[in-house]
Design a protein around this ligand. Structure first.
Ligand code: 13P
Ligand code: SF4
Length: 304
């Protein structure tokens, strides 16, 4: 089957199933193109919370599909490729969070949305890379904060807010391996091009960039920038959307281009199969849904 045959079948089936297709900015371009909505983690959470669709096909990784399920518990949320996980989310277990609670009983626990539902059930509030600073800044100054699982997002928030937090030692393998030398090489080659990176990059890297933004923030930065060439320091799937929305600008990925193999597991074929077979639904116990939803609701309330 050609891609256009697959897209035709997806379009037939999405109507029959009354399904909405949500996709993260990192998934393959052809998958973004069949989605009803493409966005960053916060935007996708807001969409999931608002949808009335009985079926959501979530093109992203498992913690994102779980979050959609928490926010749309009556919908069937399908993850087209069940093995599409997030190694960073898997670094923090619910047990590790409970143990940290014993050590810091009075602390506010802030979890990046890149966590499992079981971990969300143990924390006070969630954040995404788009609102992490706002969420942390709203916590009273005298409160101790434990931030998990991303030591880099946490480190960037600490630096920007000049506020101390206890950081869980997790990291995103895709962004953690980006090195200052990669930015320096780009700066030397394209001295007039702004460099935008993701705050999952280490502080030594974000310090060299012109901006450290969520994927949604990067799309806005690019839209508003007068620069004709922009260096992109995040998973290179976002370049598809950047090019599509800004045909007059040139986007240059760091070398080597950052890649998240899990995001790339979602293909047109797996989206079609998911609609045909209704696989694989996110299934969470009701009690877990109720507990894990609370910190996300608190985040959405504070992000308004
Ligand atoms: P955004 O929320 O910025 O889209 O990031 C999600 C993610 O997984 C980054 O690696
Ligand atoms: Fe997880 Fe990193 Fe992939 Fe985002 S890019 S899904 S944080 S491994």
């Amino acid at each position: 089957m050609t891609d256009s045959d697959i897209v035709k079948k997806i379009n037939e089936l999405r109507k029959i199933r009354n399904a909405v297709i949500l996709a993260h900015n990192y998934v393959a371009g052809e998958v973004q193109d069949v989605a009803d909505f493409v966005g960053d983690s916060l935007e996708l959470s807001i969409k999931a919370a608002a949808t009335q669709a009985p079926v959501i096909v979530f093109c992203g990784v498992s913690f994102m599909a779980e979050t959609a399920k928490l926010l749309a518990p009556r919908s069937t949320v399908l993850l087209p490729e069940v093995s599409a996980g997030c190694p960073m989310a898997d670094m923090a277990s619910a047990e590790a969070v409970r143990n940290l609670r014993k050590l810091h009983p009075d602390a506010v626990f802030v979890a990046y949305v890149n966590t499992t539902a079981a971990v969300k059930a143990e924390v006070d509030i969630c954040c995404t890379s788009a609102n992490a600073e706002k969420i942390v800044a709203a916590i009273p100054e005298d409160k101790e904060i434990v931030f998990l699982p991303d030591q880099n997002l946490g480190g960037n928030v600490m630096k920007n807010l000049n506020r101390k937090m206890i950081l869980f030692p997790g990291y995103c393998p895709t962004h953690h391996r980006i090195e200052p030398a990669q930015l320096e090489a780009m700066r030397a080659q394209y001295p007039n091009a702004p460099i935008v990176v993701h705050p999952e990059c280490p502080v030594e890297v974000t310090s060299l960039a012109d901006a450290a933004l969520s994927t949604g923030g990067m799309l806005k930065f690019v839209r508003e920038s007068g620069a004709k060439q922009i260096i992109i320091g995040t998973e290179s799937g976002i370049i598809h959307r950047l090019r599509k929305e800004n045909p007059d600008k040139e986007f240059i990925a760091l070398a080597p281009a950052p890649r998240c193999s899990n995001m790339k597991k979602i293909s047109l074929t797996s989206v079609l199969k998911s609609l045909e077979t209704m696989q694989t639904p996110v299934e969470l116990p009701q009690a877990l849904i109720e507990r894990a939803r609370l910190p996300i609701d608190r985040m959405l309330e504070k992000s308004k």
